[in-house]
Design a protein around this ligand. Structure first.
Ligand code: ATP
Length: 447
């Protein structure tokens, strides 16, 4: 069974390419086809499948090649490759295309606030120029009067709004937004699993991960092989594995079809989703670190400057932004009374029950403030060496608003890392930023 190509994708590409090779009088055809959409949905992969079906190899440029320390290099490269594609058509007597992958990564700007570099301006201008004069594309320093074969240009990208607007105007670029519909997703995933799963399981798998792009399912299939490869590495020995695989006289290792059971796939899929969530959490760190780079004098994130200023008598015990609707308070909303509390531990009444914890009253207060403000509690730890470089590890993200569960997780983290620094973090999941960071444990004798 071969990979699935969506018929509408195939048609769009085939029509665009063919139309550009036909000479229809009184018809102006846009030279560029821009395929855009979410990352990992198969824009590049399907283009390659279509080129293969059409029976030619395109001349390719990747977005990364469109930046260079020497302004002018990328635009020269585009002209050169375009001429190469034209020559290929002439010599081989077949269609060809110039295929620019992830164009927005090279020729776009980061956001509306940043400027185009000289490189990106030249790239955009060159593409516009080729789109307007496709049979007259010259290299700097030489002039060739013979008209070239017109070559369609296919570009892929995620966000074309970052490109120079005149380049994407309809006369120059035909746009195709690619987002597979549910039926197409099922067909594509079926192609990825090449008869290893029943159709009904494929449907369930796709439904289980509705937010995931096609790329996820392909990575999931590859993940299933990990267990066998891990076993193989253990068998050979980690020190020998390089020699065994590269330049070996033995025949390459063979792996039997792994366990593609539906339940196993689901388990692996959920593991991958968790890892994606970790990356999202890590972005918080990135944001925080950037804040620190630009504000080295500040040790904690501060409230945004347009927030309501606290009254004069407001004492900021934590670094939560001042919230005028919910002033800072003692540890007493869900928890009705603190019976005893100091730095070694506390006992309090929660929902009518006496609860004893090793956490200090200070820590309890901070948890309460984080929860009351609607934020999430997180924990990180670092050994003294990592602490010095500010490289913290995530201990456990506490996805709960129950005091008892949160306290249990914090206590567990403290006892698992007795010789490390441990810090409590409050996370504003909506704004994806940290609102509090406070160290709640230090290794013996350090400060
Ligand atoms: N029709 C398909 N059949 C099988 N696998 C596919 C198909 N489409 C996509 N994939 C898988 O998804 C992966 C990602 O696809 P691809 O790189 O084409 O996405 P993209 O939309 O170009 O992403 P980006 O915008 O990030 O460049 C491919 O490497 C391939 O493994």
């Amino acid at each position: 069974m071969s990979y699935y190509i969506s018929p509408r994708f195939l048609d769009k590409l085939a029509v665009h390419i063919t139309k550009n090779f036909l000479k229809i009088s009184n018809l102006r055809v846009p030279l560029i086809l821009g395929i855009h959409g979410r990352k990992g949905e198969g824009k590049t992969f399907q283009c390659e499948l279509v080129f293969e079906k059409l029976g030619f190899e395109p001349v390719t440029i990747s977005g990364g090649e469109l930046e260079s320390p020497d302004a002018g290099d990328p635009s020269r490269l585009i002209r050169l490759r375009y001429r190469e594609a034209s020559e290929q058509t002439r010599v081989r007597g077949q269609m060809c295309a110039l295929f620019i992958n992830d164009i927005d990564a090279g020729a776009g700007r980061f956001d509306s606030g940043t400027q185009y570099t000289v490189n990106t301006q030249l790239v955009n201008a060159t593409l516009m120029n080729i789109a307007d004069n496709p049979t007259n594309v010259q290299l700097p320093g030489s002039y060739d009067a013979t008209p070239l074969q017109r070559i369609p240009i296919i570009v892929t990208g995620n966000d074309f709004s970052t490109l120079y607007a005149p380049l994407i105007r309809d006369g120059r670029m035909e746009k195709f937004y690619w987002e597979p519909i549910p039926e197409e997703r099922v067909e594509i995933v079926e192609g990825i699993f090449q008869q290893e799963l029943l159709k009904q399981d494929i449907v369930k798998l796709v439904e289980e991960f509705p937010e995931q792009s096609i790329d996820f399912f392909s990575a999931l299939r590859s993940r299933i092989y990990d267990e066998q490869i891990q076993r193989f590495i253990h068998q050979v020995g980690i020190e020998q594995i390089s020699k065994r695989i590269v330049n070996s006289t033995e025949k390459p290792p063979e792996f039997k079809n792994p366990n593609f059971s539906f339940s196993h796939l689901l388990e692996m899929g959920h593991q991958m989703v968790k890892e994606q969530q970790r990356i999202k959490e890590l972005r918080l760190v990135e944001e925080y670190n950037q804040y620190r780079i630009f504000h080295p004098e500040v040790t904690q994130p501060q409230p945004p400057s347009n927030s309501v200023q606290p009254p004069a008598n407001y004492t900021q015990k934590t670094h939560l932004p001042y919230n005028p609707i919910m002033p800072p308070h003692r540890f007493d909303s869900k928890v009705s009374a603190v019976m005893q509390g100091d730095s070694k531990g506390s006992t309090f009444i929660s929902e009518g029950q006496a609860v004893t914890t090793k956490l200090s009253l200070d820590v309890l207060e901070q948890i309460e403030q984080i929860l009351e403000a609607g934020y999430r509690v997180g924990l990180e730890y670092a050994d003294p060496r990592r602490f010095k470089t500010g490289s913290w590890k995530s201990c456990s993200i506490i996805d709960s608003s129950h005091h008892s569960e949160i306290m249990a997780a914090i206590e567990a983290c403290l006892s698992e890392n007795p010789n490390d620094y441990v810090r409590l973090i409050g996370i504003d999941t909506q704004a994806k930023r940290r609102v509090i960071e406070t160290i709640i444990q230090r290794p013996n004798g350090s400060n």
